[in-house]
Ligand binder design. Structure first.
Ligand code: GCV
Length: 753
């Protein structure tokens, strides 16, 4: 058992003498205990989780909350600012904040600060809200404008001693501030003259888990679901608390627990009890639970014959379901809905609109303060038009028709989480409706868990895209943070890459994508590079011999994946179903827009999907300055060339090379980049622990092989259309096209079921 030394110099058991394991017994007992005892039980649970994680090997389980011991000189310097901790323990969230500071500082500095009620030493840390801490109250801090989740961290003098205060209006702000303070230490920042004021720019910052009730995670590459529905609600895996800590450290404040391809059973009383148990674990960390709601649930579990949103029995059913949920989960967040998309039921089954469907659920949730997140990822069964146009076509006419507690959740691009897509034309096009962003953190189309692809630049590229909706500067970030059109209900969702693997995300570097999502959800203007650096420092070390090269490697990794998979605006060329590996030859089957040939349109005359005014005219869905740029083959960013234009194989690209040569060159460049990442990583062996070093090295070898496969298969295929030789210096594919076509991977992970 790890021990702490308290201010009296006594060694004490970190768990405060509670039973070995928090588990079911503590939880069950906690339900019947008075408030103070419940807090004690919660403290036991937190402490036990912290003890357990402190003892782990370098298997990545601790994520960025690693808090490894700093070098002696550095630790001494920080100790001057962390000698004493004055923090309340009146609520579970306060307990969590205090526990995090003790654990983090103890790990980083080699010993925890002493715990006190008053400031008696230089270097004290005073933590709390005005309501909970008389000490904070008498400092007269200006906390107005921080909002419920904001915080300030300031250096000041208290009772003649130099101190740092971490203060907020609400407990959750204090917890976020505590994590921020630890991040400063972990990343080697100065603690002199601190004057930090932070508030989240977006209200709902949620993870969408595509986790099925049977434990399979759709598009998950990190093992099974972390939710053990079978053992819930009686057994609370300590992982649930670790999950909550990790998310709270980023400011993520919501979790949709089940797949958007939803199972109505998640709304039955038995499953709601399980959800309520998770909600209790997450609550101290500011995380509200949401559920994906199956639109046809009134039929499947309610015994009704219809799910028509205008039917009074259906409406009553949802109202009473909402009442039932809020009785056991008073802070339930609301519903996420995928309707009339990819076979899911929805209001259109009854001739009703998306707005009518969303509003019915919104009306059921409204009395309780819940929100509906209604997805705009829809495309018609009839395939009448370019799939990239369909969400816009269906949703723009509904602008202004949604209730005030509905957010329309829009994927970053109009097709489907491709390695590169232009921003979705809906952003900026529905000014009367709050739109929330949906990013994919799990790498369905970006090499699953084994490819090192840092998604920060993808998120940044989208958020900074200018929609021109209200003239220059109308960025996607301003659409979703509500500032462009004056919305106060705002949000962002990330499709989680979390599973039961020890390292949570299936690979060490995929943790960076969870991290980057969370940091940008808090502040969409944070630069991807700065986030990468922060993550590397927290996850690996502050050694500059490691930090610089790893950040460089990460920053170019997304472009590399685009290059070796889908260069120049190509898209959706992955194998059918599981999406593992190249298959630009996919054609036929149930729908044209589930094939690769639909998207690349390669022929003897050239390649690319003509979405200009001569083609599907998808460009017209963008505001005029953007439409003009994307619609003009000479002005479109070359990275999107084949997304918007069909061009001949000898089309002269900006490099001066003909298109075919440029395509081949980009495939090659992508593969070369992976080789460069391998050399970089090889040189970092002295600065990384053996366990993580070895896994990353092995995964880079897989990535190198698969990048080559992508390049070779794609070149072999497209050459049958271009009928041109490869440019000088570009080697031919290793195998014949038939060989690549013959490869079959029936059990590739993550496929939907
Ligand atoms: C949850 C893509 C994925 C599906 C996913 C769907 C969606 O089509 O391949 O697995 O389903 O997007 O976002 O709803």
């Amino acid at each position: 058992m790890v021990t702490l030394t308290d201010r009296h110099g006594e060694n004490r058991d970190r768990s405060g003498g509670c039973a070995e394991h928090p588990g079911a017994a503590v939880r069950r007992r906690a339900l019947f205990l008075p408030f103070r005892s419940r807090i004690a039980a919660f403290l036991c649970a937190v402490a036990t989780v912290l003890c357990a994680s402190a003892a782990q090997a370098e298997d990545g389980h601790e994520l960025w909350l690693r808090h490894g011991r700093l070098a002696a000189g550095q630790a001494d310097a920080y100790r001057e600012h962390a000698s004493q901790l004055i923090a309340g323990q009146g609520t579970p969230t306060q307990v969590a904040a205090r526990a995090e500071l003790l654990r983090g500082l103890s790990g980083l500095l080699g010993a925890p600060p002493s715990v006190s009620q008053t400031v008696t030493l230089d270097g004290a840390i005073v933590v709390g809200t005005v309501a909970s801490s008389p000490l904070v109250a008498r400092l007269g801090l200006d906390l107005a404008g921080l909002g419920g989740e904001g915080y300030l961290i300031r250096t000041l003098a208290i009772d003649g001693h130099a101190a740092t205060v971490i203060a907020a209006q609400e407990d959750i702000g204090v917890l976020y501030g505590a994590f921020h303070f630890l991040r400063l230490v972990q990343t080697g920042q100065s603690l002199e003259r601190l004057d930090v004021r932070e508030s989240p720019r977006l209200k709902l910052r949620v993870l969408n888990h595509w986790d099925n009730l049977d434990g399979h995670v759709e598009r998950g590459y990190a093992g099974a679901s972390i939710w053990d529905w079978h053992k819930l609600p009686d057994y609370l895996d300590p992982r649930y608390t670790e999950y909550a800590r990790a998310n709270a450290s980023l400011g993520i404040n919501g979790a949709v627990l089940n797949n958007v391809n939803a199972d109505a059973h998640s709304l039955t009383p038995a499953y709601l009890d399980k959800t309520a148990a998770l909600a209790r674990v997450f609550r101290p960390y500011g995380i509200r639970v949401f559920l994906s709601a199956r639109f046809s649930a009134p039929i499947e579990i309610g015994g009704l014959t219809t799910a028509d949103p205008l039917d009074s029995a259906v409406r009553r059913w949802w109202r009473s379901k909402a009442d039932e949920i809020y009785r056991i989960i008073p802070d339930f967040g609301g519903f996420l809905v995928k309707a009339n998309s990819e076979g899911q039921p929805g209001p259109q089954d009854y001739g009703r609109s998306h707005a009518e469907g969303a509003n019915m659920l919104a009306d059921a949730l409204a009395p309780h303060g819940g929100t509906v997140m209604w997805r705009a990822f829809v495309y018609s069964h009839e395939e009448p038009d370019d799939r990239a146009k369909q969400a816009y076509t269906e949703f723009v006419p509904l602008d202004g028709k949604f209730r005030s507690n509905v957010l329309v959740q829009v994927k970053n691009g109009a097709v489907d989480f491709q390695p590169r897509e232009p921003f979705h034309p809906l952003f900026g096009a529905m000014p009367k409706t709050p739109l929330m962003m949906e990013f994919q953190i799990t790498k369905e189309y970006l090499g699953f868990a084994t490819h090192l692809v840092y998604l920060g630049p993808l998120y940044e590229e989208t958020l900074r895209s200018d929609t021109y909706a209200r003239g220059k500067g109308s960025t996607v970030a301003k659409v979703i943070d509500g500032s462009l059109d004056g919305h106060t209900l705002t949000g962002i969702a990330g499709v989680a890459n979390i599973g039961a693997d020890r390292n949570w995300s299936g690979s060490h570097f995929d943790q960076a994508n969870w991290y980057a999502y969370g940091r940008m959800a808090w502040n969409p203007d944070l630069p991807a590079r700065a986030i990468a650096e922060e993550w590397v420092r927290m996850t690996f070390s502050n050694d500059r011999r490691l930090v610089g090269p790893v950040v460089e490697m990460m920053m170019g990794s997304r472009q590399a994946a685009v290059d070796y998979m889908t260069p120049l605006g190509l898209h959706h060329l992955m194998a059918r179903g599981h999406h593992y590996g190249p298959a630009p030859w996919v054609e036929g089957g149930p729908r044209a827009d589930w094939t690769s040939v639909y998207y690349h349109r390669a022929g003897k005359d050239g390649i690319g999907f003509d979405r200009s005014a001569h083609g599907s005219n998808a460009v017209a869905q963008y505001f005029p300055p953007v439409a003009r740029e994307f619609g003009d083959v000479h002005r479109v960013p070359e990275d999107l060339l084949l997304w918007f234009h069909h061009v001949p194989w000898d089309y002269k690209t900006r490099s001066g090379r003909p298109l075919w040569d440029e395509l081949a060159y980009r495939y090659e460049r992508g593969v070369d980049y992976v080789g460069t990442m391998q050399s970089t990583w090889d040189g970092l062996e002295p600065y990384v622990d053996a366990e993580r070093y070895a896994q990353v090295a092995a995964f880079l070898r897989i990535q190198e092989r698969e990048a080559q496969w992508w390049r070779d298969a794609s070149i072999a295929y497209f050459q049958t259309f271009s009928e041109r030789p490869l440019p000088p210096g570009i080697a031919p594919s290793a195998h014949s096209l038939d060989y690549y076509k013959s490869l079959d991977f029936p059990y590739a992970p993550g496929d939907g079921r």
